[in-house]
Design a protein around this ligand. Structure first.
Ligand code: ADP
Ligand code: MG
Ligand code: MG
Length: 887
């Protein structure tokens, strides 16, 4: 039978799965010789058994008995012993800390008799009755589900009667009265009396902790944070120490470094004559921890010493909870502390400088997501005339400013007039899509990080704050109200911070991130900003470790130049379709409308020099680095007028309709597709429209030759999209090779160009061995590959039902955000293996948006790809993760 109970002396910090974070760290501190009140931990495994079977596992009661007896004999008193009671706290503690779980019950073991014993031992009636009323209050609330406000109301009542508004003025008799009232409240609300048997109190509290694993808020939180549902929680039984024994006692929290900035120093709060919860509950005003030096120098010095011990031991920033009982310091909790992105980078480098960790570990301590956060534009910190309205959930990062609007059509209307708007809704649904696209940011008062607004905004890279529950949104009348009686109407300017969840009234100025300015080369690592210098150091190390190269998805010389500054090792995806827009649309129309080879050729001949120019600029910006150019991919009707608009125009004109419009309508009708994503596009276009791909290849070859003559070093790679069968690729490849040879001959300059394909259809992945015979490289187009593998049309499904899918737990994250390892990833692995078998020097990369997603970058590393390609702005994130993946 497994062991269900561990004494604090038996565990250690690596047993978090079993003992939870709190229990494992209490054990670790105990074994470090730090002053932890003795106690024991009931394992998460016992909880899992309880949740699965509805009963406590056999043997648990015996083990608890044994450990409790040991604790009692070590402390020299029994649980709830009437003349000198041992009191304990019953504390939940899962592997991951989780708001919404049952909180702690303190002072377990007090009843009508032992309260006198406690009073006598402490020589303090008031303290004993205060402790007793706290027990009934916490027990009532968390174990018996009594509405906590009823207790608070009773306290207010008594205070009013005493003519005071401070707990501090209440006397032993007041607390005695409260104990009576609290018992009555429990009796009435819970339909049972407050249990006076200490052991029953403890057992009920333990079960309540187990049950709280499935409290609705805990379930919601786990879903949002993607914490597995079946971990269960451990329970810690810890002997009580008292911070409420007078002014020489108190309780506090501390960080070993500033969790916001990462600076070293003393950070924390302290409250004299108080018990645990009071500090966080904000009932009374705490003092900065530095004040403790004045209040109790010995405890202060000891605390600093312990903080140093903990940092050196955990080799990381820790947060701690402590209590001082009549001048004696006790440690009640520690863990590696949560920190902001900026603090994470700073602390990692500080710890390296202190010799506590190496640079590999420093890189492990930061994440691509944190780096991404540091790169978003942000609000200037101190601004006058701006009110913070509320804080919601930070659903999609960034800083957005605009006029509040309450409907999607209004958002579109104002945006079309060039106004910046923030779409404010109670929650969004698929009908709001147009408004979300038009808005600078989205704010909702309901829904969490998997709500429709959050999912869609993240997919669009749009700033979003969701679930700002303090806001009352009235869409019908076009206003919302915020705490403090503020009303915001349509047209009022608001600012939302998607990285923190803050919502402001008025315009908060937005500023560039210093980290981006560093990547842009506008700041150097040596100019005094230790954040910039920390980022620089970690990036250098990541680059040195990375095996994967990082390329950019971009298609203008300007983007290419920026990508290079951000550290791109080339272009992994240069889309050519935008080169067919604007004025050139005319030429594409001519091409489509051409009735014979001659007409078609004329249109292509006109396009070719324009394309050549485009490529020359890009080759120049990426001189010496590979540039993968994808031949035209989207269906041609995307370059023609909208079918409905054109039909209306022609119909309205009747007989007077323009001949060209009629012809155009014919063409648009002919090219119209039910499902363009799966229609005439990619390589299919190249095969069906003679000369189209050929023109592009010629433009590439000539641009390369021109660059070479000018002394440049162009490295073109020609990429054929949407190939499903090797025969398609062969046909296009043979044509392309012919053209490359012709251009080489005519120009007298030989510019080698690789010819390869995208793998973005399941059939291509499954026949990769054949395709590799004809391809010199593969680039996994994981956007389409995800669509075609799942049968999802991205533009339709994300807005329609992804939030429900996430709620239902079908997947924990959209497969368009993070690569689906099991499905899409498996196809990639097959293609890698069979492709390389057929052609050992096959070059492999990925160019879907996954190329900039941290988890997907790790997958690409594991799958043995040579590079990832992502949007220029994500390059630093991908570089960092490529390095971390290799560590
Ligand atoms: P949380 O996870 O919410 O922090 P804790 O179990 O840490 O819950 O306990 C809540 C508060 O009660 C904390 O301030 C903690 O320091 C205090 N506390 C817990 N156990 C004891 C104890 N045995 N003696 C004194 N204070 C305690
Ligand atoms: Mg705690
Ligand atoms: Mg594609």
């Amino acid at each position: 039978m497994p062991k269900f109970v561990y004494d604090f002396t038996e565990g250690n910090k690596d047993l978090k799965d079993l003992l939870g974070g709190k229990g494992a760290n209490l054990a670790e501190m105990t074994n470090l010789g730090l002053p932890v009140p003795p106690g024991f931990t009931i394992t998460a495994e016992a909880c899992r058994h309880y949740l699965a079977h509805g009963t406590l596992p056999a043997g648990l009661a015996d083990e608890v008995n044994t450990h409790l007896a040991a604790l009692e004999s070590a402390m020299g008193k029994r649980l709830g012993q009437s003349d000198d009671p041992l009191l304990v706290s019953v504390r939940s503690g899962a592997k991951f800390s989780m708001p919404g779980m049952m909180e702690t019950v303190l002072n377990v073991g007090l009843n009508d008799e032992s309260v006198h014993g406690l009073a006598a031992q402490a020589g303090d009636e008031r303290f004993a009755w205060d402790s007793y009323r706290r027990l009934i209050q916490m027990f009532g609330k968390t174990v018996l589900d009594v509405d906590g406000d009823l207790f608070e109301d009773a306290i207010e009542d008594v205070k009013r009667a005493r003519g005071t508004d401070s707990d501090g003025d209440l006397t032993a008799d007041d607390f005695k009265e409260l104990v009576g009232r609290f018992k009555a409240i429990v009796k009435e609300q819970a339909g049972r009396s407050f249990p006076t048997d200490p052991r029953e109190q403890m057992d009920l509290a333990v079960e309540a902790v187990f049950n709280s694993w499935n409290a609705p808020r805990a379930i919601l939180y786990r879903r949002q944070e993607r914490i597995p549902v079946d971990l269960g929680t451990a329970v810690n039984i810890c002997s009580m120490v008292f911070g409420n024994m007078g002014l020489d006692s108190g309780t506090g929290v501390a960080f070993t470094r500033d969790p916001a900035s990462g600076q070293q120093g003393i950070y924390g709060d302290y409250l004299q004559n108080a018990q645990g919860e009071d500090v966080v509950a904000g009932i009374r005003n705490t003092v900065p921890l530095t004040e403790l030096e004045r209040i109790d120098k010995a405890s202060y010095d000891r605390l600093l010493e312990i903080m140093e011990t903990l940092e050196n031991h955990y080799r990381d920033m820790c947060d701690i909870e402590f209590t001082i009982e009549r001048g004696k310091l006790w440690m009640l909790q520690t863990r590696v502390g949560k920190r902001t992105a900026a603090a994470a980078f700073r602390i990692a480098c500080q710890l390296f400088d202190q010799g506590l960790i190496d640079m590999d570990e420093a890189a492990r301590r930061v994440t691509g997501d944190q780096l991404a956060q540091l790169m978003f534009p942000r609000f200037a910190s101190k601004v006058d005339g701006v009110t913070k309205l509320t804080k919601g959930m930070n659903a999609s990062p960034g800083a957005a400013v605009g006029k509040a609007v309450f409907t999607s059509p209004r958002a579109v209307e104002l945006a079309e007039r060039g106004e910046d708007v923030i779409l404010v809704r109670r929650e969004t649904n698929p009908d709001d899509l147009a408004g979300m696209v038009a808005a600078k940011g989205v704010l909702t008062s309901r829904g969490g990080k998997t709500s429709h607004a959050a999912v869609v905004a993240r997919g669009m890279g749009k700033t979003c704050v969701c679930g700002a529950e303090e806001l009352d949104v009235d869409v019908k009348d076009g206003y919302f109200t915020a705490p403090g009686g503020v009303t915001v109407r349509e047209g009022d300017v608001i600012s939302i911070d998607g990285s923190s969840g803050d919502v402001y009234l008025g315009e908060v100025p937005v500023e560039d991130s210093p980290v981006v300015r560093y990547f842009e080369g506008e700041r150097s690592e040596g100019d005094g900003d230790d954040l910039v210098s920390a980022v620089h150091r970690v990036m250098e190390h990541a680059d040195a470790r990375a095996r994967l190269h990082v390329r950019a998805n971009c298609d203008t010389p300007e983007d290419a130049a920026r990508a290079r500054r951000f550290g791109a090792a080339g272009i992994g995806l240069c889309r050519t379709e935008h080169m067919f827009l604007g004025d050139r649309r005319q030429l594409v129309e001519q091409l489509i409308l051409a009735e014979d080879d001659e007409g078609r050729k004329a249109a292509l001949d006109a396009l070719e020099p324009l394309q050549k120019q485009d490529f020359e600029g890009i080759f120049e910006a990426m001189d010496g680095l590979p540039v993968t150019i994808r031949l035209i991919d989207p269906p041609l009707h995307e370059f023609l007028p909208d079918i409905t608009e054109l039909s209306v125009k022609v119909a309205l004109a009747g007989d007077a309709a323009d001949a060209k419009d009629r012809k155009l309508l014919e063409a648009v009708t002919r090219l119209h597709e039910q499902n363009p994503m799966l229609g005439l596009r990619g390589v299919r276009l190249g095969l069906v429209i003679p000369g189209l791909f050929g023109m592009q290849v010629r433009a590439i070859a000539e641009a390369a030759a021109a660059r070479r003559r000018a002394g440049g070093d162009p490295r073109p790679e020609i990429m054929i999209p949407l190939v499903g069968a090797v025969q398609e690729l062969e046909a296009v490849r043979d044509e392309a090779r012919g053209i490359l040879a012709e251009v080489a001959e005519a120009s007298g300059v030989d510019v080698p160009a690789l010819i390869g394909t995208m793998i973005e259809l399941p059939r291509a992945a499954l026949t990769a061995g054949q395709i590799a015979e004809a391809a010199e490289f593969f680039s996994f187009g994981t956007n389409d590959l995800t669509q075609t593998t799942w049968g999802f049309s991205r533009d339709d499904v994300e807005a329609a039902f992804f939030s429900q899918y996430l709620e239902l737990g079908i997947f924990g994250v959209s497969p368009f955000e993070t690569l689906d390892r099991e499905g899409v990833g498996r196809l990639i692995r097959i293609a890698v293996e069979e492709g390389r078998r057929a052609r050992p020097d096959l070059h492999l990369g990925i160019c879907g948006e996954h190329g900039g997603d941290p988890d997907s970058v790790h997958f690409c590393h594991e799958a043995g790809l040579d590079y990832v390609s992502c949007s220029p702005f994500r390059i630093p994130v991908a570089r960092l993760e490529a390095g971390r993946a290799a560590i």
